[in-house]
Design a protein around this ligand. Structure first.
Ligand SMILES: [Zn+2]
Length: 93
């Protein structure tokens, strides 16, 4: 998990996932309050991780059937949202 660049306090999963939901809002360190902005590459990765699997699943859906498609989305999207905060990198703003 990402740490504060000043005091090395770890950000929480909740903080980072909230930042993702609020269109990559900067994260404040829970200890020293310094603002950290998401890195461009993390932002790109987040978009790819969310859109990519949906795109692949969507192109497979004619073969897999609509029921399977919905089922896969219900598995893939929460899994991506769960894992993403661990992969995001922030830099001191
Ligand atoms: Zn800090």
């Amino acid at each position: 998990m990402q740490q504060c660049e000043i005091c090395h306090t770890s950000f929480t999963w909740k903080q980072i996932s909230k930042s993702l939901w609020l269109a990559y809002k900067p994260v404040l360190c829970p200890n020293c309050g310094r603002r950290h902005k998401i890195q461009f590459l993390s932002r790109l990765l987040a978009s790819l991780m969310i859109v990519g699997p949906l795109f692949v699943l969507n192109s497979l859906s004619p073969f897999a059937g609509t029921g399977n498609f919905i089922f896969s989305v219900l598995i893939v999207v929460p899994a991506v949202l769960l894992v993403l905060p661990y992969m995001m990198r922030y830099r001191l703003a």
